[in-house]
Write a protein that binds this ligand. Structure first.
Ligand code: FES
Ligand SMILES: [Fe+2]
Length: 433
């Protein structure tokens, strides 16, 4: 349970809010590179942290991210014309460069003098991996570029998708660090077909441990960039199967791996307080993804979703009750009646309403990761707000992290047992069961 003011503190990310200020200390994913596919292509609307922006790629290949609205009389620059060195407003021809600086105001005699004083708010936009990342904060506090392993392995080893999610970012994050729902929602409980039904999960020993122990025990350990959330289930011979989910502030998590399948994880990026982008990635640290794997990801298997063509909204969404199939729910073929892990998650997270009322919840022991993450977020927000303390998670050392799945002797603490396994190491395969 959370006090209403703390719920507001953690869920509101617009300009000037304390959590918004925290988010503005991190590079955040804003566009898939396919959205600005070539030099001089049409601009794209971006809404992030409740700011309405426009992203451009000039004919010279420069990326820019600026206020969506023309400084003259507020026309949306989405309708602008991308030209050499920038974008021109179609209404009266004011032109801006990629940094949002006015460079031509044709109606003015002293054109260049006038231009000097006209600049749209703008932010750096850089390509790392398949993603264009933006930093919306104080330029003086700009952290190093993102260095997450999934975004820095060779291109053929990684795949990224995104989907529109109609709820606040925090309840999506909380779904991501809540390993206890996997057995039920995705696995179908003790008798369900479980994760074996998904080509990107099938065949791992971990699936059986997941299914055979419905009472996972959680142990949460502090880590430099956030938390390591360990979920322990029984394995054979009195040993334990541990699934270790790292959470790095404020909105990055990785799902523990299964067999030699690619490893996956998410960012949940606030669009505004009632919507977010669920970014999902899959990568293998030591091999290329197969054509079959990538085809399955594109088709919405694993953590990805099948989206309405030309959009990032899932085909199964709030408007159509996620295409719930009551027959399959009844027979147990699909425990929740909803197909696909990503939509199983989004259907329930969105069903709580745009911002869940956390004053009414009743948390139990399996919510330990969620409780600790909220505490840590709150401390980081307050430390930045009250003392200007820089948050963790925005430097390469904290981003060099992996999830882990491992079987350990019963008396070994998981942190000791996983050793270096939770650290990203170029070319070294993941530790997985
Ligand atoms: S509104 Fe853009 S140039 Fe007039
Ligand atoms: Fe899930």
């Amino acid at each position: 349970m959370l006090r209403p003011d703390i719920n507001d503190l953690l869920t509101q990310t617009g300009p000037g809010t304390p959590m918004g200020d925290l988010f503005r200390r991190y590079w955040q994913p804003v566009l898939h590179t396919e959205e600005l596919p070539e030099d001089g292509c049409p601009p794209v609307r971006v809404k992030i942290l409740s700011e309405r922006l426009i992203a451009v790629r000039t004919p010279e290949g420069e990326y820019g991210l600026m206020d969506e609205f023309c400084a003259h009389r507020g026309v949306s620059m989405f309708f602008g014309r991308v030209e050499e060195g920038g974008i021109r407003c179609p209404y009266h021809g004011w032109k801006y460069n990629a940094a949002g600086q006015a460079v031509d105001v044709p109606s003015e005699l002293d054109n260049s003098d006038f231009c000097k004083n006209v600049k749209l708010r703008s932010y750096p936009l850089v390509k790392v991996g398949d993603i264009l990342w933006a930093y919306l904060g104080d330029p003086a506090a700009q952290p190093p570029l993102p260095s997450w392993e999934f975004a820095t392995v060779p291109e053929k080893q990684t795949f990224t998708s995104k989907r529109f999610q109609e709820c606040n970012w925090l309840q999506a994050l909380e779904g991501g660090i809540d390993s206890s729902h996997v057995t039920w929602l995705h696995g179908g409980g003790p008798s369900g077909k479980g994760l074996e039904a998904d080509p990107l999960f099938a065949g791992s020993r971990g699936n059986h441990y997941n299914k055979n122990d419905l009472k996972p025990f959680f142990e949460v350990v502090e880590n430099d960039g956030g938390l390591l959330i360990g979920a322990r289930r029984n394995a054979e011979d009195g040993q334990y199967y541990w699934r270790v989910t790292p959470w790095v502030l404020p909105n990055f998590t990785m799902v523990p791996p299964r067999g030699d399948h690619p490893m996956h994880g998410h960012f949940w990026v606030p669009i505004d307080d009632e919507n977010c982008w669920a970014w999902s990635f899959d990568y293998h640290p030591a091999r290329e993804l197969s054509v079959k794997e990538v085809d399955a990801m594109r088709a919405g298997a694993g953590v990805h979703s099948e989206n309405i063509p030309g959009t990032y909204r899932p085909v199964a969404n709030k408007e159509n009750d996620y295409l719930i199939d009551r027959d399959k729910q009844r027979t147990g073929e699909l425990f929740s009646g909803v197909k696909g892990i990503a939509i199983q998650d989004s259907s329930l997270q969105e069903s709580m309403g745009p911002i869940v009322d956390r004053t009414k919840e009743r948390l139990v022991a399996t919510d330990a990761g969620i409780i600790k993450a909220r505490q840590k977020l709150r401390r980081a927000v307050e430390a930045l707000r009250d003392h200007g303390t820089e948050p963790v998670g925005n430097v390469p050392e904290h981003q060099a992290i992996r999830s882990v799945a491992i079987v350990l002797p019963a008396d070994q603490p998981f942190v000791e047992g996983i050793g270096e396994a939770f650290q990203a190491r170029p070319g070294v395969p993941q530790t997985t069961v």
